[in-house]
Ligand binder design. Sequence first.
Ligand SMILES: NC(=O)c1ccc[n+]([C@@H]2O[C@H](COP(=O)([O-])OP(=O)(O)OC[C@H]3O[C@@H](n4cnc5c(N)ncnc54)[C@H](O)[C@@H]3O)[C@@H](O)[C@H]2O)c1
Length: 330
Amino acid sequence: MKSVLLTGGAGYIGSNVANFLLDKGLKVTIIDNLITGKKILVPKKAKLFICDIANQKKVTKIIKINNFDAVMHFAGLVKVDESIKYPKKYNDFNYKKGKIFLNTCFKNNLKNIIFSSTASVYGNARHKKVYENNKLKPLNPYAKSKYKLENYLIKNSKSNNFKYIILRYFNVAGAEKKLRTGLISKSSSNLIKVICEVAVGKRKKLKINGNDYNTKDGTPVRDFIHVSDLAEIHYLTAKYLTENNKSKIFNCGYGKGYSVLEVVNNMNSIIKKKIPIIIGKRRNKDIEISISSTKKFHKYIEWKPKFNNLKYILKTSFDWEKKLKYIKKI
Ligand SMILES: NC(=O)c1ccc[n+]([C@@H]2O[C@H](COP(=O)([O-])OP(=O)(O)OC[C@H]3O[C@@H](n4cnc5c(N)ncnc54)[C@H](O)[C@@H]3O)[C@@H](O)[C@H]2O)c1
């Protein structure tokens, strides 16, 4: 594997993966329309095309003048609350444009596709851990749009003679050690992002959406995966795909859950202050517990997580948030 095409490489996860692949000596080409992404997150060594994934003419040209071994499709909109307000927008961006982009890939003979999906396609799991063969029940328009594109990939892989890896991320957080890139998002509802914004004084308090869930302390439980581990997962699964030519669906998480209150308490001990919190009502259709099974991933991919530590995740997120305060042009 020498050369990879990334859509959404100016975003949080895509830019982390871009840096990781470049560090491994790969050639990285990015397509991003900067709708939420930021040019400053794009590594200098990557080639950036500011372009919509649904622009068939331009995307075809980019594919034709390069020789990509794999495509990593990150581009999309990611805010669950926004998707509930604007369901059509999410269907258009994540599903319809995604479909157009995939068709352009098929037509131009790109054979290895890695797709960024989400654990929210499972909805509320009945068992403690979520397995890849669980029944899928996406509860919000964001999750539905990802679910639809997953199905499109699966259904079209045989007739178009390509292979895919679908990665269902659990809660992605943290920043890489070198702080070259991280999460920039206005009015984010990402728990760790919000906590860090409170910690650096950008927000006054954290609102916890419900403390009456059937969990150890009443607050929802999530499986947080560090973005640098996720970046390595992309590298390893792309290698697996190009070497083995087999389609797979994998969960991406550590298999351990932390409640919202546990996350807050860990942050309190890092900053040696108390994050002010208020308890609000449950959000509509919020998931109670979301923890990944990691069994299937470990069966096929040789990998050991390097950053499986909540305090490290929080510390790097906090360091990134502090750095952001001093970046003027975002
Ligand atoms: N962040 C998470 O915790 C999480 C969890 C599960 C899944 N995911 C998935 O991972 C992917 C990346 O998420 P992220 O957190 O980095 O989001 P992000 O918003 O930081 O990045 C998305 C990028 O896609 C670009 N983009 C969007 N629509 C585009 C289009 N039509 N054409 C070209 N570029 C376009 C944006 O400008 C942005 O740079 C998404 O597909 C998301 O659904 C993220």
